[in-house]
Design a protein around this ligand. Structure first.
Ligand code: F6R
Length: 608
């Protein structure tokens, strides 16, 4: 799980390459490196740490003009983070440089053979075998050399290769890890995703598994492994470059939370017609959906929590059985799916390895895959029967925020749509859809109060070392998501529970140093959660509640509270999201952490 970028052509400097690489830092940031050809040959510079460390180490060289270059930001898999293990990796002659995102699974065997043949390795990485294999296969044609190399590789890769004797070309290839390429008149580009390219172009080509790209100034050619040419039309990217920048906020995370009203607007635009949900993408599957005996949802992390809300909604309103699993479990289960069963895969990035393998396995059983993702052209989107985009734009903060609210809004609408297909004439659906349509405005009105309430609360609670989040019904996924946000960016131990489960064990943990965050909206389960709050107070635990505005019952019995607008029960997970995200954000900042780059985490989990 790393970021790779490559550029060739006019007016190119090392700085341009580094600036482009920074746009991919969310993919991994334990070390970084760059390889470039100038008139004197190949140069490689690398450093452990963030890209800024590499940048500082370059000094004046950063302004040098170069002919072409590749760069890499790393999230270590094989070989710890160090200068040596940072990419790019080179061959024995020092003329070939390689960047790689993925894992070469058979690297041990390949390395042994290469060493027996006299190759000398400089790192402990799996990637270095690629550089030596290209060296062995190079006979003056870099495309052919990489093509022959790929035959030997098992595992996943997006690769960029340069050779000092061919400074007019970058060769790239993909299997299992994302890769996008493009060109303008005088330049050519490749990257792990479109963010670094937005400054230069809008028309890109997504490289598929088993394809190679030959990138030159003003021209990109794509080939299959057998050498035959691939002709594909470009995809137009509508994201603005600005949307990938911080826009004056101290962190991407807070900027992205404040974008949520617009994110919601973009997510639901075109999805409501005559007061009812409209999903053109699902029309080819209408008959399958009507007949489906059950639906299976799979996802990981925050996307899984969005899936839990979807599950509950479908069970309540569409009266259909919904199974849900985290993808890392699902992929190793004996599936009992039947031909034409529906599997809904939720993945913001569209690249999560477990989710991808989950849908591949489900497809082999004959299931139809509906995916919900944010990234156009992502692998999951390309391997699905129907794709629903949440249109949230790039999310740079590692913790999912605006994409979660986009997922929730689209899933609720989709759930409402499925409910209409299976139980037409349900008047409640009109009311819910109407409320969802109003959500962007609700968010606009609520964000500044949410910000102020959460700052205050964070000042009160940032020094605690544990948190228990609890909720019932639709508030259980909210409890899980609130706890996940807090733990991943503030490193406070936090856990989410069904409120009724506390008495079966976890309540033993509670004391005055272990606060409880109660998710208690105005819904049919409120009185039950009120009792659970009393139980926790009786154990001396401090209780913070997130409740509906002006809730006197709750305010009487808790230590602190934050208030959200009143909405219908299935919409509370949505309206509560920015509050829980802001609380986690301000706690992380108060504790002195960078919420955009939590330790040990990366945005897109493309390895198992
Ligand atoms: C948490 C977070 C992760 C992701 C998970 C799945 O804030 O972002 O838990 O939700 O890694 O990622 P996607 O949705 O890209 O499949």
């Amino acid at each position: 799980m790393c970021g790779i970028v490559g550029m060739i052509g006019q007016d190119l400097t090392v700085k341009r390459l580094i600036d482009a690489l920074k746009k991919l830092e969310y993919r991994g940031y334990d070390s970084a490196g760059v390889a470039f050809c100038d008139r004197n040959g190949l140069n490689v510079r690398k450093a452990a740490g963030r890209i800024s460390v590499l940048e500082n180490s370059l000094g004046d060289e950063i302004e040098s003009n170069i002919l072409q270059g590749i760069a890499h930001t790393r999230w270590a898999t094989h070989g710890g983070p160090s200068d040596f293990n940072a990419h790019p990796h080179t061959d024995c002659t020092g003329k070939i440089a390689v960047v790689h995102n993925g894992i070469v699974e058979n690297f041990d065997r390949l390395r042994e053979q290469l060493e027996m043949n006299g190759h000398v390795f400089k790192s402990a990485t799996d990637t270095e075998v690629i550089a030596h294999l290209v060296e062995d296969h190079y006979k003056g044609d870099l495309v052919a050399a990489l093509r022959h190399t790929l035959v030997d590789l098992e595992g996943a890769y997006a690769i960029g290769v340069i050779h000092q004797d061919q400074p007019d070309v970058i060769v790239a290839a993909r299997k299992g890890s994302p890769l996008v390429v493009g060109c303008t008149n005088g330049s050519g580009y490749m990257a792990s995703d479109v963010t670094p390219l937005l400054r230069y172009l809008r028309d890109v080509q997504f490289i598929e598994d088993g394809e190679l790209a030959c990138i030159r100034s003003g021209r990109v050619e794509i080939f299959r492994l057998d050498g035959s040419a691939v002709v594909k039309s470009p995809t137009k990217i509508t994201w603005s470059e600005d949307s990938a920048e911080k826009g004056g906020y101290p962190h991407f995370m807070i900027k992205e939370i404040f974008e949520e009203p617009q994110t919601l607007r973009n997510a639901i635009t075109g999805r409501i017609r005559k007061g009812l949900p409209y999903f053109r993408e699902l029309e080819p599957l209408k008959e399958t959906i009507e007949k489906a005996g059950s639906i299976t949802v799979l996802a990981c992390g925050t996307s899984f929590h969005a899936g839990l809300v979807f599950q509950r909604f479908l069970q309540d309103y569409a009266e259909i059985r919904v199974d849900i699993d985290v993808a890392s479990e699902f992929r190793y289960k004996n599936l009992v799916l039947k031909e034409d069963d529906i599997v809904v895969a939720i993945s913001q990035s569209g690249e999560t390895a477990d989710t991808l393998e989950g849908i591949r396995k489900a497809r082999r059983c004959g299931a139809k895959i509906v995916s919900l993702t944010n990234v156009v052209g992502s692998t999951i989107s390309r391997e699905s029967d129907a794709v629903i985009y949440i249109n949230a734009g790039p999310e740079i903060g590692v913790a999912a925020t605006k994409t979660y609210v986009a997922q929730l809004s689209v899933l609720l609408l989709m759930g409402a749509g499925l409910a209409m297909i299976r139980k037409p004439g349900n008047g409640e659906i009109f009311q819910l859809v109407n409320e969802i349509e109003g959500m962007p405005t609700v968010f606009e009105n609520v964000l500044s109060s949410a910000d102020e309430q959460c700052q205050r609360l964070a000042r009160e609670y940032y020094q605690f070392r544990h948190f228990m989040y609890m909720g019932r019904g639709y508030s259980y996924p909210t409890a899980l998501e609130g706890a996940l946000k807090l733990k991943e960016i503030s490193y406070i131990h936090a856990t989410g529970y069904q409120a009724g489960e506390l008495k079966h064990g976890p309540i033993a943990l509670l004391d005055r140093d272990f606060p409880v965050f109660a998710i208690i909206p105005e819904d049919g389960l409120k009185s039950k959660t009120l009792s659970n709050i009393m139980e926790t107070r009786a154990r001396d635990a401090r209780v913070v509640a997130i409740c509906s505005v002006d809730d006197r019952e709750v305010s009487k019995i808790v230590n602190s509270r934050i208030e959200v607008p009143k909405v219908s029960p299935p919409l509370y997970p949505l309206v509560m999201s920015p509050f829980l995200q802001l609380f986690a954000y301000y706690v992380a900042v108060a504790r002195g952490y960078d919420p955009d780059k939590p330790r040990n985490l990366a945005k897109s989990v493309t390895v198992e």
